[in-house]
Design a protein around this ligand. Structure first.
Ligand code: SF4
Ligand code: SF4
Length: 223
């Protein structure tokens, strides 16, 4: 298919980016769109606990965010040329009570075969561990889909993310697709801690400690 070929060719110009397609028949948007293209852009800095600071982590997120926006724009231009219906779901959570996004990039990433939910409730990629920023574009077209990942691949004895969490929000649970988020993380605890910084920083604390601690992706860290 011409559309898919064009998208894949364009993305091949960014070899450090991980991407995949998934069908979205599992979610409420299936009536309007058939697929999602999920993009995972490595954070600007691949930090470990040894060099982690919240400022550097936040900066790394912002760098990845800018790159993602530029790449999404390129995808949009291709989609517009082919006159295909698409939508970029927002990143932000719908409200502060549920703290869930309208369309979960993480769920789509696991379905597209990009990674699994770690014991830190973040998508873990083989290449960068959890040090990626995700985005997705819903597209009303069919593509060659990735192989869905349905269970966590964290080593059973790894507790690095759990041990480093300052508010003990992680429950030491290996993920599987049937599990609810609440079985893995007390998200309110995590959010309360990060929100307490709004007064000081003018934004939530980016807290990436449970990402920095993850041993996956370490080979990429200092390159
Ligand atoms: S982001 Fe920070 S507070 Fe939240 S679970 Fe990870 S380490 Fe804990
Ligand atoms: S630190 Fe260990 S348990 Fe936590 S997400 Fe990474 S591999 Fe999984």
């Amino acid at each position: 298919m011409m559309l898919e070929k064009e998208i894949r060719e364009m993305l091949s110009e960014y070899p450090d980016i991980i991407y995949g397609f998934t069908d979205i028949s599992y979610c409420a948007y299936q009536e309007s769109y058939r697929s999602a293209l999920v993009l995972a852009v490595p954070y600007g800095e691949q930090l470990t606990p040894a060099d982690y600071t919240e400022e550097r982590f936040e900066q790394g997120i912002q760098t990845a965010k800018s790159r993602l926006e530029a790449i999404a724009l390129e995808v949009e231009q291709i989609l517009q040329k082919h006159q295909v219906k698409y939508w970029l779901p927002p990143v932000a959570q719908e409200n502060e009570t549920e703290l869930r996004a309208l369309f979960s990039f993480k769920t789509a990433a696991a379905r597209a075969g990009i990674g699994w939910f770690g014991k830190n409730d973040v998508i873990i990629t083989e290449r960068y561990g959890p040090r990626v920023r995700l985005s997705a574009i819903l597209i009303d077209e069919i593509f060659a889909y990735g192989q869905p990942i349905t269970a966590g691949r964290c080593p059973e004895n790894c507790t690095k993310c759990i041990d480093i969490c300052p508010c003990k929000a992680l429950k030491n649970q290996q993920w599987s697709i049937e599990k609810d988020r609440s079985e893995i993380i007390d998200y309110q605890k995590c959010n309360r801690m990060r929100s307490a910084f709004i007064k000081i920083l003018g934004r939530k604390n980016a807290c990436g400690l449970c990402l920095a601690a993850c041993p996956f992706g370490c080979s990429e860290q200092k390159s």
